[in-house]
Design a protein around this ligand. Structure first.
Ligand SMILES: CC(C)(COP(=O)(O)OP(=O)(O)OC[C@H]1O[C@@H](n2cnc3c(N)ncnc32)[C@H](O)[C@@H]1OP(=O)(O)O)[C@@H](O)C(=O)NCCC(=O)NCCS
Length: 253
């Protein structure tokens, strides 16, 4: 992928994003390595400075790829050149596209990256949060869950057998992170202050406060199929929404 192949708003018309749609873009960063210089050129001075602060080249490159791809993806929705998009930050650090008065559709987005993977969720008129985690075999799932998660979640993980324990830990972890990121509160809301209620009969999970016992009726969480040994989750505000998955390599065809 050469510099000239970075899609512009003229060559790629905006995909229609209806109120009920949530678009999730999956990025295998290793497949975009050849576009790194072109993607780096799209970054703002602030993003370039952040990239320069990484001690390891591999982390710097992943930051450049994920933030460059984020710009290319968002440009398709806001009818803006990727390098011209401006971001602003919420009180707890949640980034948002700074709206322009002539923007066709106001959008909400969330970015997550882990190892070679990045995920971008995009919606209009409702907040979204995503999380992706490459599963590490050396993690002591149960110990972490008992220390940081709600007691009910740690109990579920303790009941799982063998590999299932680790799979369940990552399912909870990504769901909890996605919810926090959707709400934009970061870790100011402790991981043990709410519980994700998976129901095997339903695709989407509810979230319950461990303080009050009340279900948060404003949010639903859905696990995402990202890859082998890669867990993902999406949290979406409101009801009656549907997810469409896209592969970021299609941006460059
Ligand atoms: C920052 C945080 C929102 C997510 O961090 P994370 O899971 O490590 O990283 P992710 O890649 O999923 O998300 C990072 C992206 O979220 C976005 N983000 C940052 N702050 C955010 C906030 N308050 N709300 C929503 N999104 C936020 C940014 O786009 C950021 O990308 P950037 O750092 O490249 O600019 C926060 O929840 C955090 O620090 N979590 C720590 C995770 C942890 O230790 N969990 C323990 C489990 S046992």
């Amino acid at each position: 992928m050469a510099a000239l192949l970075i899609p512009t708003t003229e060559s790629s018309p905006c995909p229609r994003l209806a109120r009920q749609d949530v678009h999730v873009w999956s990025c295998d960063l290793s497949r975009h390595e050849s576009a790194r210089a072109a993607l780096a050129a799209l970054l703002s001075t602030d993003e370039q400075n952040r990239a320069a602060r990484f001690a390891f080249e591999r982390d710097r490159h992943r930051f450049i790829l994920s933030h460059g791809l984020l710009r290319v993806i968002l440009a398709r929705y806001v009818a803006e050149e990727p390098g011209h998009i401006q971001f602003e930050t919420g009180p707890h650090g949640k980034p948002a596209v700074r709206s322009r008065s002539d923007t066709a559709q106001p959008i909400e987005f969330s970015l997550s990256h882990s190892g070679e993977y990045a995920i971008v969720a995009v919606a209009t008129g409702r907040a979204v949060g995503v999380d992706v985690e490459v599963c590490r075999p050396d993690v002591d799932s149960l110990k972490l869950a008992q220390r940081f998660f709600a007691p009910g979640e740690a109990h579920q993980i303790a009941q799982a057998q063998g590999d299932g324990q680790q799979r369940m830990f990552y399912r909870y972890w990504t769901a909890k992170e996605a919810y926090l990121k959707g709400r934009g509160v970061g870790l100011s809301l402790g991981l043990d202050r709410f519980e994700v209620l998976f129901d095997e009969r339903l695709a989407q999970a509810q979230v319950r406060s461990t303080d009050s016992g009340a279900i948060d009726r404003d949010w639903l969480v859905q696990p995402l199929q990202v890859g082998d040994r890669v867990a993902g989750a999406l949290a979406v505000e409101g009801e009656a929404w549907q997810v469409q998955m896209f592969d970021a390599t299609t941006l460059f065809r």
